[in-house]
Design a binder for this molecule. Structure first.
Ligand code: HEM
Ligand code: HEM
Length: 125
């Protein structure tokens, strides 16, 4: 699979969503979802774009299973985390419902970061 293209394209989609939410916050004057907006832009757009560029610049990162595992852990963990954070902070779902989901999603994002480090250690010269 093309990990770089996957990260760059999904990062660009997160940027559009992040800008839309930022624009909505600016227009409405309600900044209560700022942490959601911040993490859509940072965990979504910024990190994924950095990952996407790195997988292009350091071709050795693509070899083996670490890159594929890192990609899917960040994609799934990040998406679940951001959706759960939105549902929580917008008041759509109560903390008792969303709470148990957060550590699982955070664990996936953390494991993705550990795989990222391991993959860099292995392939970045
Ligand atoms: C047209 C695009 C954007 C608009 C209209 C916008 C709007 C906003 C607004 C209204 C806030 C809340 C500020 C506050 O309550 O203090 C905010 C916070 C934030 N935005 Fe954006 N934003 C945009 C793009 C971005 C991008 C591209 C990034 C990162 C790559 C970003 C990162 C952040 C961060 C990290 C915060 C939280 C800052 C803090 O809590 O101190 N924003 N944005
Ligand atoms: C699993 C991953 C992450 C978790 C669980 C997490 C959690 C948090 C929490 C609890 C806050 C405080 C929010 C508040 O005061 O309302 C925060 C703020 C912040 N985080 Fe993260 N974070 C994560 C990843 C990241 C990443 C990858 C970046 C940057 C690339 C980042 C950048 C920021 C920034 C700039 C703020 C301050 C902006 C704000 O007040 O909303 N975070 N984060």
């Amino acid at each position: 699979m093309n990990i770089s293209r996957g990260f760059l394209l999904t990062g660009a989609v997160y940027l559009l969503i992040g800008i839309a939410l930022g624009g909505h916050m600016g227009a409405s004057g309600d900044h209560s979802l700022a942490p959601v907006h911040a993490h859509i832009n940072l965990l979504g757009f910024t990190l994924m774009t950095i990952f996407g560029l790195a997988y292009r610049l350091i071709p050795g990162l693509n070899a083996g299973w670490l890159g594929v595992a890192q990609f899917w852990l960040h994609q799934i963990g990040g998406l679940v985390l951001l959706v759960a954070l939105y549902l929580l902070m917008s008041g759509t779902l109560p903390p008792e419902t969303v709470g148990p989901v957060m550590p699982v999603a955070e664990g996936m994002v953390l494991l993705s970061a550990i795989f990222w480090l391991a993959n860099l250690w292995r392939a970045a010269r």
